[in-house]
Write a protein of this length. Structure first.
Length: 161
């Protein structure tokens, strides 16, 4: 009878392992989705920061043009070079901001994929543990049957000689 209880315990352990694996998978998927949202927010923040830099560029360029116009001359030579350099610097700044946002977003997205894969793996291990528990339980029951734990014990009759 002990073999039956042991087999039942093994099956329960397998079911618990499967449930834990499924739970880990669900948590991993939620975490992956949170990282996806964070990645999107990073890209959007970088885009807004790039727009802010573009507005700042317009302000600075307008002030530089006004300063050049105030001096009474045409915008040429070193004034033109200065304006072009300022525009180039702001362009580089905007590109770096956007690039940084894309890189951070991609890193978060990749982290999310890893988390999700770990969750799937946990679910797979839980399912395999459940299957193994059935195999172990079957072995326990068969072992109990062979050792005579089930049914009446048949003892040798005493022989009189």
């Amino acid at each position: 009878m002990g073999a039956v209880f042991q087999a039942i315990g093994q099956i329960k352990e397998g079911k618990i392992a499967e449930a834990e694996g499924q739970f880990a998978k669900k948590i991993a998927i939620r975490n992956q989705q949170a990282l996806e949202r964070q990645a999107k927010a990073e890209r959007e923040a970088a885009s807004m920061e790039a727009d802010r830099a573009a507005r700042q560029e317009k302000i600075v360029m307008g002030a530089q043009r006004a300063q050049a116009g105030k001096s009474g001359g045409q915008i040429a030579g070193s004034s033109l070079d200065f304006l072009a350099d300022t525009a180039r610097q702001f362009s580089i700044q905007r590109n770096l901001i956007l690039r940084g946002g894309l890189i951070r977003g991609q890193e978060l997205r990749e982290q999310g994929q890893i988390v999700k894969a770990k969750g799937r793996w946990a679910a797979t291990l839980g399912k395999q543990a459940k299957q193994l528990s059935y195999i172990k339980a079957t072995g326990t029951i068969l072992g109990g049957a062979q050792s005579g734990q089930f049914g009446p014990k048949i003892e040798k009759a005493a022989t009189f000689t």
